[in-house]
Design a protein. Structure first.
Length: 295
């Protein structure tokens, strides 16, 4: 149960769409008043229109897209497992590659991305798209690790965090001075090792992640997608549902979801609706907050 005051009076979790194999990467499109999300294994981008209550296929054959955000110009940026790339969707639907190589070798499989206050894009690069069946194409980790990268507007690609074992979800604090990165390394360790923590870093000069430390740990499963709200709280997906943490890392309870939660986004006409991508479905609940401007 969540702490009082986080959900609107009388709010209840509802499943608004289904039909995915592994639902991920939701994004609210304010110009269209719809939410889109990835069916990673199904290789589709799905769309839900709350005005009509209908789900549709926005695009198929997308090479296993995952997390997404808007860039500084309002265009959609998406992580693509299949092409091992960070991509931008141009106004005419054309796909532009922003990054797919570093130091002469391919990236692993970009997973989630966030817009930094200075207009750069920060993204995580674990190996799931080249090791998990159905989430991309089999491959090897060519640069030998799993980094968090920054892409500058001029295309320069720079590692900004190299100490996260398996970086997954990423978001910034409301003022952009902190970056949160989920470490989902325990998902691949059958011996019970790895971590299920969310790390936080100071954003040094707007360009580097410094002084990394553990912010919080989820109660069950792994942290995947994460979002900061306008008050600086962190909303994190886990096997238990959506777990919320105060700005100091104190746990504020769990919104239980009947399927394994992968990612989430604030949306709706006033920004107070929380959309949750969880295994086969898309869920929605009314909150009392909205996304941080930099989240």
């Amino acid at each position: 149960m969540l702490a009082p005051g986080l959900l609107a009076d009388g709010a209840e979790l509802e499943k608004v769409a289904d039909g995915a194999i592994w639902a991920e990467g939701p994004l609210w499109l304010p110009d269209e008043q719809v939410v889109i999300w990835s069916d990673v294994v199904g290789d589709r981008i799905l769309q839900f229109d709350p005005a009509t209550g209908t789900r549709s296929v926005r695009r198929s054959g997308v090479e296993h897209t995952n997390g997404r955000c808007f860039d500084a110009g309002g265009l959609i940026v998406q992580c693509c497992h299949g092409r091992r790339a960070l991509e931008r969707v141009l106004a005419d639907g054309t796909i532009e590659t922003l990054a797919d190589h570093w130091n002469g070798v391919r990236l692993n499989s970009p997973n989630d991305v966030a817009l930094a206050p200075d207009g750069a894009l920060w993204f995580t690069d674990p190996r799931y798209g080249i090791t998990q069946p159905g989430e991309g194409h089999p491959g090897v980790v060519e640069y030998g690790d799993h980094f968090v990268f920054r892409v500058d507007p001029d295309g320069t690609l720079t590692p900004v965090a190299t100490d996260v074992v398996m970086p997954n979800g990423i978001c910034f604090s409301p003022d952009g001075s902190l970056v949160y990165i989920a470490d989902s390394s325990s998902a691949e360790d059958g011996a019970g090792g790895g971590t299920r923590t969310i790390r936080v870093y100071d954003v040094d000069g707007g360009r580097r992640a410094k002084s990394g430390r553990v912010f919080a740990a989820v109660s069950r499963g792994i942290p995947d997608g994460i979002r900061a709200d306008a008050e600086g709280r962190l909303w994190a997906s886990s096997a238990a549902g959506v777990e919320v943490f105060a700005p100091d890392g104190t746990a504020l309870g769990i919104l239980e979801v009947p399927e394994t939660t992968a990612n989430l986004v604030f949306g709706g006409p006033d920004g107070h609706d929380l959309y949750i991508a969880a295994t086969t479905g898309l869920y929605r609940v009314r909150t009392t907050t909205r996304a941080a401007s930099s989240s």
